[in-house]
Design a protein around this ligand. Sequence first.
Ligand code: SF4
Length: 204
Amino acid sequence: MSTRTSTATTAHADARRSRSANGPAHAYERPACLEQPDLYQDPLLEEPPISTAPAAVRRRAAMLESRAQELCQGCPLLTDCLYRAVVDHNVSGIAGGTTERQRTEIRRRLDWTVQPEDFDTLAGVTGRHRQVDHDEVVRLRHANPHESLETLAQRLGCSLSTVKRHLRRARTEPRKPKQTRPAPSLSAVLAAHAAVINRFRVAA
Ligand code: SF4
């Protein structure tokens, strides 16, 4: 079972346990990122526009971001997803109701670093996209240097922005050794999350 699928399965099991403890609820509903993969994998969420991008593009990105974050709030896996997205997996886009920038700030407060994730998203988006291994993207690029990135994306079954992100990462990010100290506790992550969300609200 893949890392991402097992993450989702474990989180589902946790949600079921939580539901049986609290009585009937909506815990069996599938996460929004599984129901709406096109929203969560929109290139504007995976790679937010820079500040000099056209205003219409930035507005659309902000609208998508806000929509995905709102949907996450109703997810039965929210707490588990947030914790894993901060502590275990460095994924792009919206995860656990947070943006990549917010998670980076949460990790900074926790003095915690995570290797960039080899998979596209945390919870196991299916549909037309599949998990993409970082090393596989780099290997295929080196093996087919004259092939267009669009063809490479089709070959891998992922989006063009995913291919670009992995290749950029291969160019710019050296692999770092894994951390050996204990991972931050859930309460520490939630406290840092609350502080960061509050700060982003004030800045908005
Ligand atoms: S990203 Fe996480 S919190 Fe948001 S819908 Fe998916 S599993 Fe739920």
